[in-house]
Design a binder for this molecule. Structure first.
Ligand code: ADP
Ligand code: ADP
Length: 231
């Protein structure tokens, strides 16, 4: 599904150049659940943001199901992202002045789905995530675990083929964190590809493959359980 070739990213500020990623080669097949680990500053978020088309590489190629994404215009990237990718962040990134329903409906709104269908699909996913009683609340009125469930609902509402999660349990207690990890596993079991960044060895244990980064490069990888045989 994902094929990154010789990908590099350099951040330039006044005088300083930081090589955030150097010659990254990575293939992720459809249906995988991959964790990216490594110490702070090694390039995990940069890599995830490039995969999510939130950031562009300085050099290299990005192919998604055989389609070259590195040459797309901003407008084409936005369309591709909306149609294919869902994001989950550590800080939930919900919009406080919108209700739970409105937050979840946002990706559908951007995708041009009409109001009646938006309403129906949001009601359905709220029921699935046991959040129907919170539909008219604002994010600040919810517990952290509930906010992350809303954020997951927003990531899933467009039925993306790929979910990108950056420290999804970072702001949650262990019970809510495990709830989020179980949701990601269920989604993955249903066929959605998941790529997650985490510092948590415990969370990484839910995934099928762990990639370790150091100084902007992939240094090693490990397969969990017996899934390597299936790939
Ligand atoms: P990680 O997610 O592994 O903590 P990042 O991908 O956030 O690492 O950062 C990789 C490197 O790029 C770090 O050295 C970081 O300081 C640098 N970096 C990240 N974002 C920027 C930016 N916007 N401007 C300059 N340097 C940045
Ligand atoms: P958690 O331990 O999961 O973080 P909280 O102690 O924050 O839970 O909240 C407990 C319950 O009270 C949750 O169901 C949450 O939705 C509700 N709640 C918390 N803050 C508010 C608020 N400001 N308005 C309405 N409900 C709230």
């Amino acid at each position: 599904m994902i094929d990154l070739r010789q990908l590099s990213k350099i951040y330039r500020t006044d005088r300083v150049e930081t090589a955030a990623l150097t010659n990254i080669n990575l293939k992720v097949a459809a249906g995988e659940f991959v964790t990216i680990m490594g110490s702070s500053g090694c390039g995990k978020s940069t890599l995830l943001n490039i995969i999510g088309l939130l950031d562009a590489p300085a050099a290299g190629e990005y192919h998604f199901n055989g389609k070259a994404l590195h040459g797309l215009s901003e407008k084409e990237k936005t369309a591709f992202r909306t149609a294919n990718i869902g994001f989950i962040f550590q800080s939930f990134n919900l919009i406080d002045r919108l209700t739970v329903t409105e937050n979840i409906a946002l990706p559908l709104y951007y995708a041009g789905v009409d109001a009646a269908e938006r309403k129906e699909r949001v009601a359905k996913i709220l029921a699935q995530l046991n959040l129907s009683h919170r539909a008219a609340h604002h994010p600040k009125q919810l517990s952290g675990g509930q906010q992350q469930r809303v954020a997951i609902a927003r990531a899933l509402i467009g039925k993306p083929r790929l979910i990108l999660a950056d420290e999804p349990t970072g702001n949650l207690d262990s019970a809510n964190g495990n709830g989020v990890m179980e949701m990601l596993c269920d989604l993955n079991d249903a066929g959605t590809t998941v790529i997650m960044v985490t510092h948590s060895q415990h969370d990484a244990g839910f995934s099928k493959r762990i990639i370790y980064m150091k100084d902007g490069q992939i240094v090693t990888e490990k397969f969990n359980r017996n899934v390597s045989a299936a790939l």
